[in-house]
Design a protein around this ligand. Structure first.
Ligand code: NOJ
Length: 504
């Protein structure tokens, strides 16, 4: 277990909202460059950058028009190289997002397919059903709502599991296979340490594109095997990708954003000859409940042990309500973080959670940009509330996010008190808690052994650590002073909604 990634803490940088270097209100690579020192001081091992490629930004950049370049709003390839070099100088590894399930509709391949029906094989074009083909080819639904098919003027339909401007690629076409191998090499040659694979469970669709037979398919995601997700054929792709990663020096890795129906199906993505890690969405989705968390932790560790892969843990990301809001309050968020960072395996932190940021629930509809909001006609508010730009400086325009005081989504005025510059000076701040936890985390290791505990309490130990989490409503008596706790432990007690670490 000596590889850098097996116990790594990886910080997700949502590039557009992290730091704006050129003052246009969108975060960018120069802004990130300037703040790399902050991330090194925080003590993370690696950063994961969400897509920064040329894109119409219909889905926050997960609609890629050119896989080998940087969108001008985020900078240039030279800015990317400078950022990567600086990160490496500071001892930070850099993982980038790759989006192989779909392209942007602006990608030259899709533009060609629209013009020329003979050049459509790289995507999934089909004739419609019903009289004159007016109905879609099958009953598949878009994850963003509505049908997964859109009709083009000459009458054919194409598949898009997300927005209509994100057409799905046909991974049975050799051009696609060759292109993505080349894209991986392009970035590996530049020196990236790995990839986060978007919709890693989606690239291969069942033969004949059979109906699901259910409406509201979104509710089945991650629970059932669907004809468009988690098909066995995807694993062949990753076996090839793994060989490419392994052909580079320095342990380059890939982490799967994979939705699978069971932990053991998820584990297949991280078999020894496939990817290195997969996000653990069961942990992220778990409520603040000791029994549920105990089960999720056990099941995750057991499933990953089957294939000898490290477990991963995540509480927040750019697609989900921030965990401070989801779990109910900051106390629980801080306790959940100490729980997560005590577990064996790798942990993913989403930018701003170290500041204790809440989900922004008050964004006016006119500023919302998530296609989920638009496609559901406002019934779903979407994911903009977790993507609001970070507050860096309390008393600066746009809280220091941007030199010219602009911010592509408005920040709540209360965020002044949460700004990084304020929290750095305060030893009880959430930023100080994260920094201290990341420092101490390097001092323990080994596997997890549960301790007997009361109801509503999680207690376990590892080599060098004992961790107690109080999820109940009464304080627990402690027999020693914690090395680190998410709340003050006055009177020798761990209060409700709090966690404590004891290092030895
Ligand atoms: C998962 C990404 O995290 C999300 O933001 C995106 O909308 C979908 N994949 C589609 O690419």
């Amino acid at each position: 277990m000596n590889s850098w990634w097996q116990n790594a803490v990886i910080y997700e940088v949502y590039v557009r909202s992290f730091a704006d270097g050129d003052g246009d209100g969108d975060g960018d690579l120069c802004g990130l460059y300037d703040r790399l020192g902050y991330l090194a001081n925080l003590g993370v091992d690696a950063i994961w950058l969400t897509p920064f490629y040329p894109s119409p930004m219909v889905d926050g950049g997960y609609d890629v028009a050119d896989y080998r370049n940087v969108d001008p709003r985020f900078g240039t390839l030279a800015d990317f190289d400078a950022m990567l070099d600086r990160a490496h100088e500071l001892g930070l590894r850099v993982i980038i997002d790759i989006v192989p399930n779909h392209t942007s509709a602006s990608h030259p391949w899709f533009q060609e397919a629209l013009r020329n029906p003979a050049a459509r094989d790289r995507y999934l074009f089909r004739s419609g059903t019903g009289q004159d083909g007016v109905a879609p080819p099958n009953d598949w639904e878009s994850v963003f709502g509505g049908s997964a098919w859109t009709r083009v003027p000459d009458g054919q339909w194409y598949l898009h599991l997300f927005d209509p401007l994100q057409p799905d690629l046909n991974w049975r076409h050799p051009d696609i296979v060759v292109e993505f191998e080349s894209v991986l090499r392009f970035w590996l040659d530049r020196g990236v340490d790995g990839f986060r694979v978007d919709v890693a469970h989606g690239m291969v669709k069942a033969d004949g594109l059979p109906d699901v037979g259910h409406a509201r398919q979104i509710q089945l995601l991650g629970k059932n095997v669907l004809p468009y997700f988690d098909q066995d054929g995807v694993h062949e792709i990753y076996r090839t990708w793994r060989k490419i990663l392994d052909s580079y020096p320095g342990e380059r890795i890939a982490v799967a954003e994979a939705w699978a129906s069971t932990p053991s199906r998820l584990a297949r993505y991280v078999a020894a000859d496939e990817l290195h890690q997969a996000f653990n969405f069961d942990f992220l989705d778990a409520p603040w409940d000791a029994d549920t968390l105990h089960t999720v932790i056990e099941d995750s560790l057991d499933a990953m042990a089957l294939v000898d892969a490290p477990a991963t843990w995540v509480l927040s990301n750019h697609d989900k309500s921030r965990h401070r809001t989801r779990l109910g309050n900051l106390r629980r968020a801080r306790a959940a973080t100490l729980l997560m960072l005590a577990l064996p395996g790798a942990a993913y932190i989403y930018q701003g959670e170290e500041l204790g940021l809440p989900e922004v629930l008050t964004l006016p509809d006119v500023v919302r940009q998530d296609p989920v909001f638009r496609r559901s006609r406002g019934a779903e508010k979407g994911r903009d509330g977790c993507r609001v730009p970070l507050p860096w400086i309390a008393n600066a325009p746009a809280h220091g996010f941007s030199a010219r005081g602009r911010s592509w989504l408005p920040q709540p005025s209360e965020w002044a008190a949460l700004a990084a510059d304020q929290q750095m000076l305060n030893p009880t701040s959430t930023l100080s808690l994260y920094t201290e936890a990341l420092r101490l985390r390097r001092m323990f290791g080994g596997s997890l052994r549960w301790d007997l505990s009361e109801t509503d309490v999680l207690a376990f130990r590892r080599d060098g650590l004992r961790c107690i989490v109080n999820l109940g409503s009464t304080a627990i008596r402690l027999f020693e002073t914690p090395t680190l706790a998410s709340e003050a432990c006055t009177g020798g007690e761990l209060p409700p909604d709090a966690a404590a670490w004891f290092l030895r």
